[in-house]
Write a protein of this length. Structure first.
Length: 149
């Protein structure tokens, strides 16, 4: 099994949910666009947000103006770009996907929740599956055997 500290891939809470076919992709896209606009408001321009996150200002503009891809779909923000925006602008992992409101603000100010989000951001989905399987094996070994009647 891979150690958590050696993983570098970003996986956002929204990505974990997005792997479920029932997740509303439009909601993720709209939340990320609102958060991008908040960053632009906070830092003064899309160019400054792009500079801080080492992302193209033109790409951010395309996201905001909902430019369509060659296939006709509205261009969406991927997990890697969301993570780069969070890192570059000093936001905690998962901030781009978090809904605004009292619960989101409470979670953002909770050090334990932030620590868990930082750990989750370091593992890949495959690592998550391996860790889950290992925990299940350990739990099965720890259970006392059932007595047959």
């Amino acid at each position: 099994m891979m150690q958590v500290s050696t993983c570098t891939a970003h996986i956002s809470p929204a990505r974990l949910i997005a792997d479920d076919p029932g997740m509303n992709q439009r909601k993720i896209r709209e939340t990320r666009l609102r958060r991008l606009q908040q960053l632009i408001d906070e830092f003064g321009s899309a160019a400054e947000v792009a500079r801080r996150s080492e992302t193209s200002a033109a790409y951010l503009s395309q996201l905001l103006t909902r430019v369509k891809t060659a296939k006709g779909a509205i261009r969406g923000m991927g997990d890697d770009v969301a993570a780069a925006l969070e890192r570059g602008c000093g936001k905690p992992p998962g901030w781009m996907d978090a809904e605004e409101g009292p619960q989101a603000e409470a979670a953002a100010s909770n050090p334990a929740a932030q620590h868990i989000l930082q750990l989750l951001a370091q593992i890949t989905f495959q690592d998550f599956l391996e860790i889950s399987a290992d925990l299940e094996r350990r739990a099965a070994k720890a259970r006392p055997p059932r007595e047959e009647k």
